[in-house]
Design a protein around this ligand. Structure first.
Ligand code: G
Ligand code: MN
Length: 260
């Protein structure tokens, strides 16, 4: 439960323009090419200090500021992606974490489309990451919303797959393009037998369903080697890059464009 202080903090952060997005690269495993940027919310204090904003996001999830926060986040990320696509990397995607509550709202597609067309981003270059928290109670409605987003060309990814309220039923019924293997199943690779079994099985299952896989929070070469042997498609984590300000991500794209 978010505290009243956290809710007030969120309101203040929006009012005072203290929110920023950091971007973490997602690479294709084989080529190491950057294929996308995951936009991650951070709070920037007036003194310049950057803080994780997970408490703020949690407060938004429960309070009235959710639409404002998500609209700001989506608009900022889209504008940034449009700039990168125009200037440096026409194919680069943008990964956006939308609040699970948003996927229950029938007008989500329209709102996202309005924001998209305002920025000139192709919906095919948008990856929406979905965390399966509140889905169970309103699965039918979520299914309609996801199908609608999919029809308009956006890509759908199940985030933190296999943790929380995540369900294999969603893989069977939701029109998703891929799953993200959470850090919890990467952390103890390759030594831990359970971690190996879980990570390799999620990848195999996803591939059987013709879905793509991103492994997250990769920190060691050994983890990477195991995931490569499993055929994992995309990789993300401190081993490659931490989440960074837009300017730093842009520099990576520039280097990549030069080396082609
Ligand atoms: O739930 P989600 O996967 O969207 O959360 C991503 C979070 O994980 C980010 O806030 C990011 O800072 C953090 N993160 C990204 N890469 C790594 C990593 O390699 N190791 C750890 N411990 N955390 C990471
Ligand atoms: Mn995510």
């Amino acid at each position: 439960m978010a505290t009243p202080e956290a809710k007030a903090g969120l309101h203040r952060a929006i009012e005072n323009d203290e929110l920023v997005l950091f971007y973490q690269p997602i690479h294709e495993l084989e080529s190491r090419r950057i294929v996308s940027a995951e936009a991650l919310l951070r709070a920037q204090r007036p003194n310049g200090e950057i803080r994780n904003a997970s408490k703020l996001a949690e407060a938004a999830e429960e309070g009235e500021d959710l639409h404002r926060l998500d609209s700001w986040l989506v608009r900022t990320a889209y504008r940034q992606a449009a700039h990168w696509q125009r200037e440096l990397a026409p194919d680069v995607h943008i990964n956006i974490n939308l609040s699970p509550r948003e996927f229950q709202e029938r007008d989500l597609t329209k709102r996202l489309e309005t924001l998209l067309s305002g920025c000139g981003v192709d919906p095919h270059n948008v990856n929406l990451e979905i965390t399966e928290t509140h889905f169970i109670s309103k699965a039918d409605r979520v299914l309609d919303v996801l199908a609608d987003l999919k029809r308009r060309g956006m890509n759908l990814w199940l985030d933190d797959f296999g943790t929380g309220h995540s369900s294999i039923w969603h893989l069977q019924h939701f029109p998703v393009d891929g799953v993200k293997v959470p850090g919890a199943f990467v952390k103890d690779l390759p030594d831990d037998r359970r971690c190996r079994a879980i990570a390799s099985s999620i990848i195999a299952l996803a591939h059987e369903l013709e879905l793509k896989v991103v492994a997250e929070e990769i920190e060691t070469e050994e983890q990477l080697a195991f995931l490569r042997d499993c055929g994992c498609d995309y990789i993300q984590g401190y081993l490659f890059s931490k989440p960074m300000p837009a300017a730093a991500f842009e520099e990576l794209l520039r280097e990549q464009a030069r080396s082609r």
